[in-house]
Design a protein around this ligand. Structure first.
Ligand code: NAI
Ligand code: MG
Length: 484
């Protein structure tokens, strides 16, 4: 069934001023899912006007944090009510296994909404009474937030941006990725149903460069830009934002290291590294997509790891038993395959995968078999550049100093995973690792109070807990002198 998706601007749905549209297709079989409004400059303008009016004149920024918390909880309740339908939409839109949409993504959407509603309502503020002087800090909302999200966790990434922006009293224009427009539109509808005032959450659809995305980032009416996507896009958006000095937060690409020491619990490490490589079809910014193995366990580990990768079930992402679905589209599969072929030319040894799976039933989709390349090193482009697919490269190392040097030898610095039973080593590594996040004997676990973001080409700024408040508000110092 094909649906029609328009922009949510203010309280209503509208096609693009230009009338232009684009198609959203299912990467499993190419079926047409939706005809979507392709936004341009005029649509960005209308959405920003609606958000501006809702901020400057509407009730939202003037409510108490407790009142906003109530609406965010109501929003989360509706997400939970519709979780199964939303999970299926994300899975059909971009190919992630339904088990993950259901078990990981959708629970995180409602958790983000509730967490930031609660956090804003319970956050404390500084006050410094000192003699006859009282100094304190206000956290007024920044204003209109432009949120631009990627396709790999469509509903989850959208909620990670809109939840804190809304909780701290801002109004929002959300632009989801053109590859995965469907759940963002549904979230906009649920916010209206939950009772959000009109114009508080606007959702525009379409492309980035020379389209609605770029227009949003160039507009002086945007008070904040929060972006997640590729590092190259982050550079373009930072340049656009610079013209208006619009503060921005960018969560960008990664090529994170997963380091397994010989003293690790091998069962845990194999299972953890496997998740770090192949969760969400490997289309994960945080993926531990460079696997460093200490020589003592290199062969034993690799044998088990490759067997486990070969055992992953590639198939229709709507089946609950599927581990790996199709990649987001055929163009992305070509990019992933290009890197695998490059890795082989650079001297890597193909240990499994290396192309589309043999299963004829999957021939109509953009599937790629889980792939492992052995004998790699940091000088290779297939090790340095972001692949963003179900591809793992194996690099051997001798000792801790070498592991740290190799892990840090990257243009990126988003995450790091470490498998060891040596406590001193774990803490030493965490201190010296140039990365926004270090996981010790685990992967993907998150406390939403922690800072989230990357170093180097992996990002600018941090979000999460109080870091989100710093970004989405304009902290104001108030100093009063008592006159008696
Ligand atoms: P992308 O950068 O191609 O697109 C992301 C969004 O930016 C889309 O909504 C797109 O329409 C928009 N866009 C593109 N050019 C624009 C422009 N000039 N102005 C305004 N908007 C523009 O990223 P993609 O391919 O959707 O997602 C994959 C990338 O996202 C990977 O590099 C991945 O590492 C990164 N990512 C980072 C995460 C993090 O938290 N650090 C999390 C998830 C993905
Ligand atoms: Mg892209």
């Amino acid at each position: 069934m094909t649906v029609t998706v328009e922009h949510l601007i203010g309280a209503g749905w509208a096609p693009s001023v230009s009338g232009e549209r684009f198609e959203s297709r299912d990467p499993h079989d190419g079926a047409l899912l939706a005809s979507v409004a392709a936004g341009g400059r005029e649509d960005a303008d209308r959405a920003l006007s609606a958000a501006r009016r809702a901020f400057d004149e509407g009730p939202w920024p003037r409510m108490t944090a407790e009142e906003r918390r109530g609406l965010l909880h109501a929003f989360a309740d509706l997400v939970d009510r519709d979780a199964e339908a939303l999970a299926l939409l994300d899975t059909r839109d971009m190919g992630k296994p339904i088990r993950e949409s259901r078990g990981m993504d959708l629970p995180r959407v409602s958790r983000n909404l509730r967490f930031f509603g609660d956090y804003a309502a319970m956050a404390s503020s500084e006050a410094y009474p000192d003699g006859t002087r009282l100094s304190y800090v206000l956290y007024p909302p920044a204003g209109v937030v432009v949120a631009i999200s990627p396709w790999n966790f469509p509903a989850m990434q959208a909620s990670w941006k809109i939840a804190p922006a809304l909780a701290f009293g801002n109004t929002v224009v959300l632009k989801p990725a053109e590859q995965s427009p469907l759940t963002a539109a549904r979230l906009g509808a649920l916010a209206l149903e939950a009772g959000f005032p009109e114009g508080v959450l606007n959702v525009v659809q379409g492309f980035g460069p020379e389209a609605v995305g770029e227009a949003l980032t160039r507009d002086p009416r945007a008070d904040r830009i929060t972006f997640t996507g590729e590092s190259a896009t982050g550079r373009a958006i930072a340049a656009a934002a610079a013209a208006n000095l619009t503060p921005l937060s960018c969560e960008l690409g990664g090529r994170s290291a997963s380091v397994v020491f010989a003293d690790a619990d091998l069962d845990e490490a194999v299972a953890g590294a496997l998740r770090g490589s192949f969760t969400n079809n490997g289309e994960v910014c945080l993926a531990g997509s460079r696997l460093f193995l200490q020589r003592g366990i290199h062969d034993a580990f690799l044998e088990r790891f490759v067997a486990a990768a070969e055992g992953l079930r590639v198939g229709d992402p709507k089946d609950a038993g599927t581990d790996i679905g199709p990649l987001v589209d055929a163009g992305h599969r070509e990019k992933v395959d290009g890197y695998v072929q490059l890795g082989v030319r650079e001297g890597g040894e193909l240990l499994c995968g290396g192309g589309p799976p043999g299963d004829g039933a999957l021939a109509g989709g953009s599937y790629y078999a889980p792939t492992v390349l052995g004998g790699m090193h940091n000088g290779m482009r297939a090790v340095r550049e972001e692949i963003f697919g179900p591809v793992q490269v194996i690099v051997p190392f001798d000792d801790e100093a070498e592991a740290l040097r190799l892990a840090n030898d990257s243009d990126y610095g988003l995450a790091g995973m470490l498998w060891t039973t040596n406590l001193d080593r774990a803490h030493r590594m965490a201190e010296a690792w140039r990365t926004g996040m270090v996981w010790i004997n685990c992967f993907f676990e998150r406390d939403l109070r922690l800072p989230f973001g990357g170093e180097k080409a992996s990002g600018i700024g941090r979000e999460g807990g109080r870091h989100s408040r710093e970004f989405f508000t304009d902290p104001r110092a108030v100093v009063m002198r008592r006159r008696y």
